[in-house]
Design a binder for this molecule. Structure first.
Ligand code: ADP
Ligand code: 5GP
Length: 220
């Protein structure tokens, strides 16, 4: 049997204000890094032009979403602005156990719930270079009416005030640079000795068996 180098995959929470570029950054990382997947959330909001069910989101009605809450199928869920959003447990656990790293592009309420439930997850907060730049991005995305954009900008300041509860902060000014920084975080987290399956070192002939202690699996 060939052992895996790591016991489990990473759970990487990428959070930050709406419009800061989280989904753009996550998509860029998916095409650059192997062994990475994106958790597809459920939402009660309607699809935007071009969005596909099961790819961008699972688009549900409120009754379907509430049924999933009742069956405890979400690792976290929240009302974000006027709609419900949630991350299903199933795909996250499957990826985690298969040594695949999984990205969660979620809002700050969801990140807080995962901080409380999944101690080993990695938390990255993405900031815009300025609130003006954030406004420009929300306007350019053209998916929300002006009053909704103002609401998102107000909320952004509150979210930014909690940046210190995350492990990392990435400033998304230049998309290429921000993508590199996020990828560097993932690569460094993959190499942490605490995530290594020490039996793999034995299998490689790098460690003698008697010196190995196998910590019990924690978390999920
Ligand atoms: P979020 O997922 O955080 O809500 P999006 O990924 O939808 O944000 O990005 C919002 C808008 O900002 C999109 O139109 C995207 O193309 C644009 N954008 C993302 N990153 C940058 C950047 N570094 N510079 C300029 N525009 C950006
Ligand atoms: P949008 O409607 O623009 O796609 O997303 C609005 C906000 O909801 C974004 O900040 C996005 O990160 C967040 N979001 C998307 N999926 C989830 C989820 O599963 N849980 C939580 N808590 N937030 C989510």
């Amino acid at each position: 049997m060939t052992l895996r180098r790591r016991k489990t995959g990473l759970i990487v929470v990428v959070s930050g204000p709406s419009g800061v570029g989280k989904s753009t950054l996550c998509r860029a990382m998916l095409s650059d890094l192997e062994g990475l997947t994106l958790s597809v959330s459920c939402t009660t909001r309607k699809p935007r032009p071009g969005e596909r069910d099961g790819v961008d989101y699972y688009f549900l009605d409120e009754a379907q979403f509430r049924d999933m809450i009742a069956r405890d199928e979400f690792i976290e869920w929240a009302q974000v602005y006027d709609h419900l959003y949630g991350t299903p447990w199933k795909a996250v656990i499957q990826a985690h156990e298969a040594e695949t790293d999984v990205l969660l592009d979620i809002d700050a309420q969801g990140a807080r719930q995962i901080m409380a439930r999944v101690k080993e997850a990695v938390f990255v907060f993405v900031t815009p270079p300025s609130l003006e730049a954030l406004r420009t991005r929300l306007v350019a995305r053209a998916s929300d009416p002006p009053e909704e954009i103002e609401r998102r900008l107000q909320h952004a300041s509150e979210e930014i005030a909690n940046f210190h509860t995350y492990h990392y902060l990435v400033r998304n000014e230049d998309l290429v640079q921000a993508t590199k920084e996020l990828e560097a975080i993932i690569i460094a987290e993959r190499l942490k000795t605490s995530r290594l399956d020490k039996r793999w070192l034995v299998e490689q002939g790098l460690l003698v068996k008697t010196t190995v202690s196998c910590p019990s699996r924690s978390g999920l």
